[in-house]
Design a binder for this molecule. Sequence first.
Ligand SMILES: Cc1ncc(COP(=O)(O)O)c(C=O)c1O
Length: 536
Amino acid sequence: MVVRRSPILTNTHQRYATTLTTRADRQTTVIPSEARNVSYLGVFPPSSQSDKRQFGSSPSRNLLYGIYMLTKPENPVVNERDSSTLLTRAAELAARYVNSASERAVAPKETAVAALQRFHEPFPDSGCDPEKVLAFLDELGSPATVATTGGRYFGFVNGGTLPTSLAANWLAGAWDQNAALRVMSPVAAELEEIAIRWVCEALGLPPDSAGGLVTGATMANFTSLAAARSALLAREGWNVVEDGLFHAPPIEVVAGVEVHASLLKALSLLGLGRKRLNLVEVDEQGRMRADKLPKLSRNTIVCIQAGNVNTGAFDPASQICEAAHQQGAWVHVDGAFGLWAGVSPQYRHLLNGFEKADSWATDAHKWPNVSYDCGVAIVRDAEALRTCMELSSAAYLTPGAKREPMYYTPECSRRARAVELWAALKSLGRPGMAELVERTCAHARRFAAGLRAAGCRVLNDVVINQVLVSFGDSSKTQDVIRSVQEEGTCWCGGTVWQGKTAMRISVSSWATTDDDVDRSLEAILRAARIIEAASN
Ligand SMILES: Cc1ncc(COP(=O)(O)O)c(C=O)c1O
């Protein structure tokens, strides 16, 4: 359809300030010249008497009428041509960002953070051209990001984003699929099923386990533990889905002292409480002491870790699973990043015994470098997960014959995060994923060796991709961390490990090179020397 501007407002246009006619025979829409921005609402033949009076009723003249919303000149133009211009521009800006992420300071400059104030304005009374919105977002937003994708970000356990994953994310954004039900998005449902199966294959987990994709390991812990809770209570004849927890038989939860804070949050959301947790002693690497396990029963959930967030250490899964299963207890694994070590022949031994557990939680946005956000919950007993995530009947939400994504996660409507996960796994395959794990572990060892050689104290056994380093007392270490973050070559966070303040170096990005490690080491040691000199 051709859109043509008319310098003249017809009577109809004047009388109907928000509607315009379309002559289907000419395939031309005449719109008044001052109406720079219009959105098309639909086409109709005049039907009511008043429409006929206003527009005439002459099917013989082959007239059809389109209704257009005339908006103020500042409002957005929404049509196909403009959205492709906009998307092309977005891709250009994004590519520019991606290409510059490695060279800019990792932490944003103070001026860039301060400029975010410019976002604060009252809710706009008028719209804004989408290209201006995009330009504004790039101008203020891009410099105020933390360059986590650039290769020298070692904070928390934040992965970068693989180019394939980012590209798939863009396409999936354009699809805008709701991954709740297969009928809403066959492609999302299919890729989710495949991605979960591949994750099980990659990590050596039972192939007929059920799983769901969620926002991250916190929700993956929540989802798996919900399945554990309902399965254990069902064995006692209690239906927690229907009857809730009041007066239910008690469930005991056991975890190591080094349990991740997010697991505690999951327990609290599930009504299992943080304080009721039975904490077990750990060793100097943070591994749960299997010989210190309390008395377990068929009403116990034992939470173990594959990869301590600070040291990267693995709990002794074989011993714990054996002891727990002898008593009928459920074993849940928080393997937010560590589980992925299992994809590498070099590191697989660290995962011995973890496959014997009953449920697992992991993140694809950490070590596998899938774009945010993507967590994976996996439960051996598929029925246990389905029972507690099933929706009570809603006539318009009937499941089909095949797997329905929303029957395996807490949410209904959700984005199709399987797309990026599938793309990352497909592009890397087993060898690529193993190489990513092995390369980042090698970088961690390179860091540790460089730090030790310079006289710094590495506090952990560097078993995978995590390094903890102390630069002396707590205040010196904190000063070094602050100074490194401000200087901007790299970014490392801090922690307290068994009473000692430490810098955490987590090598979790595919983009990190040997050169990134060397430049970062130099920056860290330079900061340490300056702090040391200042303290003397
Ligand atoms: C062991 C462990 N569990 C859970 C989490 C929480 O993950 P998320 O932030 O993706 O929910 C983390 C995050 O670092 C972690 O290391």
